[in-house]
Design a protein around this ligand. Structure first.
Ligand SMILES: NC(=O)c1ccc[n+]([C@@H]2O[C@H](COP(=O)([O-])OP(=O)(O)OC[C@H]3O[C@@H](n4cnc5c(N)ncnc54)[C@H](OP(=O)(O)O)[C@@H]3O)[C@@H](O)[C@H]2O)c1
Length: 323
């Protein structure tokens, strides 16, 4: 296993992070523990979680898994999405963050979370309030670093500016979606991360299952997240995505690599990505993503694979001059 430093933090993490969104959901406790064991055997020390995964059960299970190795694990959790029906049971207010961090710590059975993510932008709470709450949590030792997911680049840049001006702990790690059919991060997020020396862990390297070989132009499995979950059907349902999946699967077979392995390796090879976050519902699925660790992705290979999907346009229309 290769270990990489997260941005400018000094924390070293495995080049794959394991996501626990399936824990307590489509992976029961026994399967979740088996996956955890397998990832540890592979050398993974980095685990992604969130307060809302399986209504807190993912944190409970992960807490049990890490009970005898907590100090060797780099742990994340997240806050934003509603955890109840109450009008204040969500968002990035100081009130909600302070309440939720205690609940996460208790479910994870630990006294600190290494990277604590704000899960989504909250347009109704001033970002100063959120940043000050995170800064207080860092001073209290309950979180080691604030981190950010699903924000636009301008929102992250604005937050970094406020943190610098107010001398508050800044976001040190970004978690965007990134895979062969969702490449928006290439335009602004990944260049921002490089410019500001931030770590990047990207989620959904397989497009929620789209890039595993089981989807194509006229092919869908009878069960799977993209057919079973409405938000994923919406996210990946465009015909073009299935065309890319078809081309990508053919390319992977031609090169005698499992599509899931190749899809993770493609994400991993981006120079700004610290680690892709892999996800699975059982150990068998997990093996194909872990196999990405053994792929030597040349730049020629990466370019060819990138050519199978649409490269997003640059962030400015004025691109004709060299300088
Ligand atoms: N910050 C955020 O907003 C956010 C959002 C999403 C995820 N995440 C994090 O990122 C992690 C990974 O995300 P993800 O689960 O979306 O990743 P992904 O790798 O794109 O999708 C994983 C899914 O693909 C399918 N799959 C995996 N391996 C397979 C194989 N070999 N053959 C066939 N199907 C296979 C399984 O779903 P089916 O069996 O149902 O097809 C599995 O649950 C999550 O656990 C979570 O920690 C964060």
């Amino acid at each position: 296993m290769q270990y990489r430093t997260v941005g400018r933090t000094g924390i070293k993490v495995s080049s794959l992070c394991f996501g626990t969104m399936s824990f307590g959901g489509n992976a029961d406790k026994e399967t979740s523990k088996a996956m955890f064991k397998r990832t540890r055997e592979a050398g993974i020390n980095f685990f992604d979680c969130a307060n809302m995964y399986s209504n807190g059960e993912a944190e409970e299970i992960l807490g049990e898994c890490i009970s005898d190795c907590r100090d060797e694990i780099v742990l994340t959790s997240k806050v934003f999405f509603p955890t109840g029906k109450d009008v204040n049971a969500g968002g990035l207010s100081r009130r909600h963050i302070m309440l939720e961090v205690e609940r996460s710590l208790s479910r994870l059975k630990t006294d600190r979370i290494d990277f604590y993510f704000v899960h989504k932008f909250d347009a109704t709470t001033p970002i100063e309030e959120t940043l000050r709450a995170l800064d207080d949590l860092q001073r209290q030792g309950k979180i080691i670093y604030p981190a950010v997911s699903n924000f636009a680049a301008w929102q992250i840049a604005k937050a970094l500016g406020i943190s610098a001006k107010e001398q508050l702990a800044r976001f040190e790690l970004i978690q965007p979606m990134y895979n062969l059919v969702k490449r928006q991060a290439e335009v602004e997020i990944l260049p921002l991360a490089e410019s500001e020396q931030m770590g990047v862990i990207t989620y959904s390297p397989l497009g929620g299952g789209l890039l595993t070989g089981k989807y194509g132009v006229n092919r869908k499995p009878s069960e799977g997240r993209i057919v079973d979950q409405e938000n994923y059907t919406k996210r990946y349902g465009a015909q073009l995505n299935f065309e890319v999946a078809e081309r990508f699967t053919a390319y992977a077979h031609e090169h005698e690599v499992h599509p899931a392995t190749l899809a993770v390796a493609w994400v991993m090879a981006h120079p700004s990505v610290t680690a892709p976050i892999i996800g699975a519902r059982n150990v068998e699925q997990l093996e194909y993503s872990l196999a990405a660790l053994d792929i030597d992705m040349t730049s020629k290979w990466r370019d060819e694979i990138s050519g199978l999907s649409i490269t997003p346009p640059p962030a400015t229309d004025r691109t004709e001059e060299a300088l």
